[in-house]
Design a protein around this ligand. Sequence first.
Ligand SMILES: Cc1cc2nc3c(=O)[nH]c(=O)nc-3n(C[C@H](O)[C@H](O)[C@H](O)COP(=O)(O)OP(=O)(O)OC[C@H]3O[C@@H](n4cnc5c(N)ncnc54)[C@H](O)[C@@H]3O)c2cc1C
Length: 397
Amino acid sequence: MDSIAFDRLRQEVDQFVAGPAVRWAEAIEAEGRVDSAMWQGLRDRGFLRLAAPRAWGGMELSMEQYLPLLERFSSMHGSLRMIVHVLNGVWRPTASHANAEQIERFVKPLVRGEHIVTFTLTEPNAGTGSDIQAAARREGDEYVLNGEKWLITFADVADYFLLFGRLEGTRGHDGTLALLVHRDAPGLTIELMPPSMGLAGTGHGHLYLRECRVPTALRLGEEGEGLDVAFHGFLDPSRLGIGMTCVGLAQRALDLAIERAKTRVTFGKPLAARQTIRTWLAEMATDVEAARQLCLWAGRRWDQRQLVPEDASMAKLFGSEMLQRVTDKALQIFGGMGYFQGYEIERIYRDARAQRFEEGTAEIQKTVIALAMLAKKGGTARAQENQVAEPGVMPLY
Ligand SMILES: Cc1cc2nc3c(=O)[nH]c(=O)nc-3n(C[C@H](O)[C@H](O)[C@H](O)COP(=O)(O)OP(=O)(O)OC[C@H]3O[C@@H](n4cnc5c(N)ncnc54)[C@H](O)[C@@H]3O)c2cc1C
């Protein structure tokens, strides 16, 4: 997008974030639900097709353009941030291995906002990766699936689950499948999970697959490519995006903390006059800027097709841990009142905690990074890891 059009778009985002998004956040917290009109409002403004290719109806922003907008969106309510982040990314895995017919049937309508697809990997009885257990057998032109998925965002509204499973009897990356499972597929039961600590209004689901029948035509890529779709189609750019969503929320917490430090007076002076508070603010600002620059660096690497998984993991790791440090200090600056509902910082603190889980925990990001570093020094890290792990059973890397 040229710079004039991009500046206009950035202004529209700023106006939205400072206007309707504030009122929507209050409504979500009060009612505990994200109204379908909010989804439509985001769609109508074009905010859910920022990154997708023009040929499919998107705006085709580069990552370097998209990330600063995502930062602004991420100062909003966590559930609105989640919609913007997921919908601007989930077309990637759906498209990454799709054939021409699947592009027409699933990807273009997804970009146009005609249906919702959600990423469906995590299971109650397995690590989030190559030990997934949801398993299918093939019967003619159908797969018959058994297993469970949980913690699945938008399970209440999704039309299709981009669900990762495996062929019965396979292990590790072998035999993995990426399937588009319709919410009305026979044998699929969707149970909504209890409300979460933060992200009020976002529905998460527990999926039960009992002899669930899915046409083989709804498989993306080949048998055995399921986890390629999951990891490289989605998780690398998406982890980078999560890093930037952490920057946006942390910046909002910092702004609120600065405002509070200037106005709250104790023992005759504003908090901002105290050296301790100034030190915290300096640490917070440095933390936020370091994370921002790391994400922008990784974004440029993505645009130049040089991004490797450890770059995305570093952005996600640093961003999500930075967000915890910054929101914790911001709450401390607010004092006890900040712990009570009605203060934005209380909601931010709850919303922020989710980001340490989304798209892989810090521990998994560290594993990705460490294995890549070790591999650079001899190329045997993964082989060594495999020797100590049960053969063929690897976590999310
Ligand atoms: C708000 C929210 C939304 C989510 N949305 C989705 C979604 O839409 N789709 C989806 O598929 N998933 C989703 N998830 C799931 C999320 O990806 C997982 O919670 C995350 O990957 C961690 O997996 P787990 O919960 O199974 O934890 P576990 O795997 O049980 O891990 C528990 C702890 O052990 C650590 N651990 C586990 N394995 C290792 C290891 N090998 N080495 C070192 N430490 C390890 C973890 O880091 C963690 O601290 C969501 C989660 C949340 C909180």
